[in-house]
Ligand binder design. Structure first.
Ligand code: FES
Length: 257
């Protein structure tokens, strides 16, 4: 069930250059969510940034707190970075669908590119809770873009300044050569998702991807977030996704957010 709530900021810290982690205090009402679902956030301060809502993956969720991991790159996120524990924001939560755990598989590989790490910590918490073996594979451009991740996370960087040199799919392919009964859950930029989907198809590994898109309404009303499916039809990322089976998507299209 989706709730519309006002949530007070608990903390809001820069954890890496221009990357912030915000904890929001949830009201008494029970808010639940699945890894991969997102919130639509609106600022309450009287600035132009408060006119539109913005989608953010749920980074972590406990009974009293919801965390967001966000990058400062526009008016809204700049305004968010200035929020303090005296401030509140308005949220619609949770929205969209989440990752479906493929229990027929022995190992669960969480593949994150850059800010795609945001939903993967929630996913890792969830898999740990239900006792399923998992590993996070994280790819970034360089050590300047490294994000705080749990110990045991494998890292790849384009320039080799942290982890192994190369795309995150190098790490994924190494995992496939070790384990032939894995399921993949991916989130990140479109080219990385396309490469991940292609590799999974080649190794016949089930793969779910979380897609990003521009979102105005967040609830399937405006069609602004539509993406072309493999069958030529269109899917709305906000309410039919953001998580899709990789096989459902037409990966030949260009998609920028
Ligand atoms: Fe309006 Fe998806 S954002 S339909």
């Amino acid at each position: 069930m989706t709730h519309s709530i006002t949530a007070q900021v608990g903390s809001n810290r820069e954890v890496s250059p221009q990357i912030y982690r915000m904890a929001l205090k949830l009201p008494q009402r029970k808010i639940t969510g699945q890894p991969g679902q997102f919130v639509h956030l609106r600022l309450l301060q009287g600035t132009t940034a408060s006119i539109l809502r913005r989608p953010f993956s749920i980074h972590r969720l406990t009974s009293g707190r919801l965390w967001l991991l966000y990058q400062v790159k526009g008016t809204v996120t700049r305004a968010m970075a200035s929020l303090t524990p005296r401030d509140s924001v308005e949220l619609m939560v949770p929205l969209g669908n989440g990752y479906r755990i493929n229990r027929s598989r022995q190992e669960h590989l969480l593949v994150a590119g850059g800010m795609g790490l945001a939903p993967m910590l929630f996913m890792a918490d969830h898999l740990k809770k239900v006792g399923l073996k998992h590993r996070i594979l994280f790819g970034c451009r360089s050590s300047s873009y490294l994000l705080p991740a749990p110990t045991g996370c494998r890292v790849a960087s384009d320039d080799g300044s942290c982890g192994v040199r190369g795309p995150v799919t190098c790490l994924l392919e190494a995992e496939f050569s070790r384990c032939n009964n894995a399921a993949v859950y991916a989130c990140g930029p479109w080219p990385m998702l396309r490469a991940t989907a292609s590799l999974c198809r080649r190794y016949k590994v089930p793969c779910q991807v979380s897609l990003e898109s521009f979102m105005a309404c967040g609830v399937g009303a405006c069609q602004g977030c539509a993406i072309r499916a493999a069958d030529g039809e269109y899917l709305t990322v906000c309410n039919q996704g953001p998580v899709f089976d990789a096989e459902l998507i037409d990966w030949t299209q260009e998609h920028t957010v």
